[in-house]
Design a protein around this ligand. Structure first.
Ligand SMILES: C[S@@+](CC[C@H](N)C(=O)[O-])C[C@H]1O[C@@H](n2cnc3c(N)ncnc32)[C@H](O)[C@@H]1O
Length: 273
């Protein structure tokens, strides 16, 4: 399949071209990585979770029930892991590091993914990674796992923390212009696809733009088609006091026949009214 699109956004023209045959085909999928969670997702509880992915109780149940089924903790990736997205993240760490202070990174809706710990481990530049999730169960599992299996960072000044945080309240935890990079792997998708989450997703996006430093970026990893997500990003980013954001997209790869993308939203400035 071959397709070339041109998306005209209000601040930037984004060219999207993809040739599915050329995209990386990911082998890793959650079925083989974490059987307990895959089994759970195959059960009828799956449908209930899908409708309520904006709710803390639904995720607490998912992480509690799946972790109780296996003796050893295993990171769970909603879709592909760090290896697949590393090349999209590293350039942003390098740009942000020019300021000569640790790069402030938030993995928003981290779940029990290894993404945040891998950024912390692999970054040659000093980073301060916060892995945040609305589910205290996921946060506890991650904290306990890292305490029991300490990760040695490539840069001795790097730091990592795990935080229970509802990202719809992001701006009550972070001041304006305090983060360099926010990574979101499947979290906005979860909000947008749940019954009552669409307005939450828009609010989270606006708050991300508020707490990002000038020229800081939000990276959303998602399987949503660019035709839909780019328009949503453009529309939802407009809000009181938000002045400008560039929106772009790159293909990440194909997993089980589904094409995944990296959406990039770069904040330019936040105007207080
Ligand atoms: C689809 S999962 C993705 C998890 C992880 N990023 C990954 O790639 O495996 C969505 C995650 O978002 C979290 N979440 C949902 N609503 C949230 C909110 N308002 N604030 C913070 N996290 C939230 C859920 O608890 C869940 O861990």
């Amino acid at each position: 399949m071959e397709k070339t699109n041109q998306h005209v956004c209000s601040h930037k023209v984004v060219h999207v071209g993809w040739q599915k045959s050329n995209l990386q085909e990911f082998k890793a999928a959650f079925i083989s990585d974490n059987q307990a969670q895959s089994d759970w997702l195959d059960s009828k509880k799956h449908a209930e979770l899908m409708e309520n992915m904006d709710k803390k109780s639904a995720w607490d149940r998912f992480y509690s029930e799946t972790s109780s089924r296996s003796h050893n903790f295993k990171n769970f990736e909603w879709f592909f892991g760090f290896d697949a997205v590393q090349d999209f993240i590293t350039p942003f760490l390098q740009t942000a590091s020019l300021s000569r202070r640790p790069v402030q990174v938030l993995d928003m809706g981290c779940g029990t993914s290894a993404l945040g710990p891998s950024i912390y481990r692999d970054s040659a530049l000093p980073v301060r990674v916060t892995c945040a999730d609305i589910s205290p169960v996921a946060v506890r599992l991650m904290r306990e796992h890292v305490r029991a299996n300490p990760v040695r960072p490539r840069n001795a000044s790097s730091q990592i923390e795990f935080l229970e945080l509802d990202c719809t309240q992001l701006d009550s935890h972070y001041g304006p212009s305090s983060l360099d990079l926010i990574v979101d792997k499947g979290t906005t998708d979860a909000l947008l696809r749940s019954k009552e989450g669409a307005e939450k997703a828009a609010s989270v996006l606006r708050q991300c733009l508020k707490v990002l430093r000038r020229s800081g970026s939000l990276l959303q990893f998602s399987d949503e088609d660019p035709d839909a997500r780019l328009v949503w990003l453009e529309t939802a980013a407009q809000g009181q006091g938000l002045a400008a954001a560039d929106v772009g997209v790159q293909e990440v790869g194909v997993l089980r026949g589904v094409c995944y993308y990296c959406y990039q939203v770069t904040a330019h400035h936040y105007v207080n009214k």
